[in-house]
Design a protein around this ligand. Sequence first.
Ligand SMILES: Nc1nc2c(ncn2[C@@H]2O[C@H](COP(=O)(O)OP(=O)(O)O)[C@@H](O)[C@H]2O)c(=O)[nH]1
Ligand SMILES: [Mg+2]
Ligand SMILES: [Zn+2]
Length: 366
Amino acid sequence: MENHTLADYPELHEFGWTARWQALFAEHRAEDRLPARVLRGDRGSALVQTPQGVERAKSSVRLLKETPQASDLPIVGDWVVLHRPEDLDFPQIEKVLERKSAIRRGDPDKTSDTQVLAANVDVIFVVHPIADAPHLRRIERELSLAWDASAKPVVVLSKADLSTDPEGCMESVASIALGVDILLVNALEKSSCEQLLKYITGHQSAVLFGPSGAGKSTIINSILGEDRLSTQEVREVDGGGRHTTVARELINIPGSGIIIDTPGLRVLGLTGSAEGISSAFSDIEELALACRFRDCSHNHEPGCAVQIAIEGSTLLPERLASYNKLMKEAQFAARKTDARLRAEEESKWKLVSKAAREFNKRKKRD
Ligand SMILES: Nc1nc2c(ncn2[C@@H]2O[C@H](COP(=O)(O)OP(=O)(O)O)[C@@H](O)[C@H]2O)c(=O)[nH]1
Ligand SMILES: [Mg+2]
Ligand SMILES: [Zn+2]
């Protein structure tokens, strides 16, 4: 499907333009319409890459009206249809082409159920520092979100140069990051960071995901060989990085692929989906197939294969606790979404029945 001899818009090729986007754009093709990729979404406008260069664009009023969910509005990585009428100062984004993947988190400010952090990525680099022992529970959470995104997760253990036992860290992460490649990286070293490039050959797109101060912006700067993105010194006292990347930004690595930088997020809420968790905890899910009861909660039911694995020390109780915690959180998020959808549905029916009552009243009068 991903055809690399695209006659149309060769200028967009290095930004990830493929046959998929060509086909989706074809429906909207018109004289003053152009395809473009969102490089950065700012409040109210977006920086987009068109076949002719970089421009600032705004979502059209119609797009805003027709998009009920904020998470469906243009976000970094999106491919969009740009309308560029001559009498307007700003090109308008008319349509967001159907995403092939999206990394989401539960939205902490409840404007919608989930917030999309980046769209149309092939690879998600879960960047995690190992200057201190890796935070396995956070990695499990990040991987659960990553597995949900229809993209390949890869764990990048950064600050390997500051670790006293990088190999040991890698081993402990390997025990919880099943089926995932793990890279040891010193973000300050170009050659070390270039390990990431083999995952995005042929102009594929990746996003860097992980806590603030992990080295995400530093990795991109090292690969580019220039200080394109601002980075922040780690505070000596608590070792925590400060928040420096405010915008999510799409960077084209010449001759390679695309990497999207994201700011570290303090709150990393799960979405209502359990699928990512199931993939991230395939060991537990597999054990559970052998539990006597299909709805086993792996607590104290007889014939629980998960508890037997814990007793036999082939599964750590912390990992089961982490799985249970994430599942519970996802179920809560799903209920919240259901409640909101129900409320919307109810208010819609209230309007409909009110309209019907008024209609009947009028009919009686006539
Ligand atoms: N020694 C060392 N320092 C690093 C490494 N990665 C990042 N840093 C430093 O950690 C700080 C935070 O990095 P930054 O790239 O801003 O993190 P971000 O928030 O994930 O983008 C900066 O001062 C970097 O120089 C690494 O692998 N080794
Ligand atoms: Mg940064
Ligand atoms: Zn069980």
